[in-house]
Design a protein around this ligand. Structure first.
Ligand code: F0G
Length: 519
């Protein structure tokens, strides 16, 4: 079958219609720094200022020369990109570099072991699997402890009172054996229950079968809820973590002999496998986690013995002004996940860093992926980390300074249009610009698109068409535009964004939805 490229679209054909409906059906042919180019019918390249930044991949922008050179060099040197099941010293080098950043920013002396993957969602699933393996070990230990405790109790031939019989629903004639068997059956049920992951309302952790269950947005999650373990979602408000722990508490029954009589006592089963948290919710609308709430999560995990899994897939790699956004809020993860920026905007890779005391070496034989830990992406990742760390961390200072400049522009637009703009938030170059909810606008175009949750894409189409600015909403918070440009964002780019947003605000103040769609 032959078809012209424009007649038939066999690659997500429905997406194309949606892009077209809001004017985002543009083919970009080149990217450099914060600029993408498309070509007119006459072959002329038109620049577009890109604030989407590959959803946060492009800390150094599109095709940064040093990274392109590194990629070229790797290919020219015929580096064996795929040499699975062999020694990968460069992966160790990257792990060592990441550890030195962890020690500096998070002040954790204990090393973290690196497990490499290919995408953000894969790092999340590595974390899920490893956490469940770890929970399985804790359950086996508890199982052995319980069996031993009942055996030891039997040797003491305790008196069995009616309180025990009543609780177990057994006749008073039942002997120790029957009591122990009944209890152990109940214990086995408790011990064989699946894991529970905790995650925050508004959180996003990927869209694979497992990871999508950690993602809060029900639109993405519920069609696939029968496929995998569910998360329990926690509201970000004081006390919510403790309430969730109480709700998930499950116990095994242990014997206790007091004055020669059998008493039944409980011991918590490690039901919770891990707690997923983004230091700054990205896709959920650029929301920085409150440090007090982060403390609540950390203490709950310490008390409950489960790991905190800090998802830095979007917030990490320097764009917030520190390598780890968690460093701003003092959140220490037992697992730390990175992806996006670690590929330097060229390769696809991810890494799950796991605190040594929680690390289970067996996992290395249980989980693998053909493409993971390949020489191309890991060596590029090493270059990215070294570029960030160079000159005493100049890149972080630059992210902070450029972020402050962009934020000041956002704030000035907000000050000018307080009736239209509701919030500016974020850290460094991970910023959100939130417009007021238009669901009740008198203009039907605005209200309908707002009600359908796609108003942000209508804004995006307008800003692209009229101002050559590419900025997208966060999918789970469609009134919030997300800016994640490179650390080299220029002053003129910032001025261009300001002008574009003012243009948008003028139309929104007028309630002119038609102009957004047609110009
Ligand atoms: N975790 C976070 C915090 C993310 O932002 C993303 C992706 C993922 C995990 C999954 O990574 O796409 O490589 O599998 N976020 C994109 C976004 C899709 O819109 O922010 P992935």
């Amino acid at each position: 079958m032959t078809a012209s490229n424009t007649e038939v679209d066999l690659s997500e054909p429905h997406m194309r219609g949606m892009l077209a409906s809001v004017g985002l059906d543009v083919e970009y042919v080149r990217g450099v720094g914060d600029i993408l180019f498309y070509r007119t019918d006459n072959g002329i390249e038109v620049p577009v200022l890109d604030l989407v930044g590959g959803y946060g991949c492009l800390v150094f922008g599109h095709n940064h020369p040093a990274l392109v050179e590194k990629a070229r060099q790797l290919l020219a040197d015929q580096v064996p990109i795929h040499a699975q099941f062999s020694f990968h010293p460069y992966a160790n080098s990257l792990a060592i570099e990441l550890n030195s950043v962890i020690q500096r920013e998070l002040k954790v002396e204990e090393p973290y072991t690196a497990l490499f993957g290919n995408s953000g969602a894969e790092a999340v699933e590595i974390a899920m699997k490893h956490a469940e393996l770890d929970r399985g070990t804790r359950i086996s230990d508890l199982q052995a402890h319980v069996v031993e405790a009942w055996r030891a109790a039997e040797n003491l031939a305790p008196f069995i009172g009616s309180d025990v019989y009543d609780r177990l629903g057994l006749p008073n004639s039942a002997g120790f054996d029957q009591v122990a068997r009944t209890v152990q059956r109940a214990n086995e049920v408790s011990l064989s229950r699946g894991p529970v992951f905790l995650a925050l309302e508004g959180g996003f952790h990927g869209k694979l079968a497992g990871s999508v269950q950690m993602t809060h947005n029900p639109g993405y999650r519920t069609p696939f809820s029968r496929l995998a373990t569910q998360a329990r979602f926690i509201a970000i408000k004081p006390g919510a973590v403790q309430a969730a722990l109480a709700a998930e508490r499950m116990e095994v029954i242990l014997p206790e002999i007091i004055d020669g009589a059998l008493r039944l006592t409980g011991m918590a089963v490690p039901r919770i496998a891990g707690f997923f948290v983004e230091p700054i919710q990205g896709e959920g609308g650029i929301k920085v986690l409150d440090p007090d709430f982060a403390d609540e999560i950390r203490s709950a995990a310490d008390a409950g013995g489960f790991p905190v899994i800090v998802d830095e897939i979007q917030s990490g790699m320097g764009r917030t002004g520190k390598f780890f956004a968690a460093a701003h809020i003092g959140l220490i993860g037992d697992y730390i996940l990175l992806a996006k920026g670690i590929g330097g905007g060229i390769a696809k890779s991810s890494v799950a860093m796991i605190r040594s005391s929680r690390y289970n070496g067996q996992f290395e034989l249980l989980h693998s992926s053909t493409f993971a830990k390949d020489a191309f992406s890991v060596n590029l990742g090493l270059s990215v980390v070294r570029m960030l760390e160079a000159n005493g961390g100049g890149a972080y200072a630059q992210a902070e300074e450029r972020g402050a400049a962009l934020r000041a522009e956002f704030e000035s637009v907000r000050a000018q249009y307080p009736d239209v703009v509701s919030d500016v938030r974020g850290l460094g170059l991970m910023l959100g610009f939130e417009l007021k909810d238009l669901s009740n606008s008198a203009d039907p175009i605005l209200s309908q698109n707002a009600a359908q949750g796609i108003i942000g894409y209508v804004f995006a189409g307008y800003l692209l068409r009229e101002y050559g600015v590419r900025i997208f909403p966060t999918a789970s918070n469609p009134h919030t535009l997300r800016a994640e440009p490179s650390i080299n964002l220029s002053d003129s780019a910032i001025a261009q964004v300001g002008e574009a947003l003012r243009g948008l605000c003028v139309l929104l103040r007028k309630g002119d939805g038609a102009a957004l769609l047609t110009g």
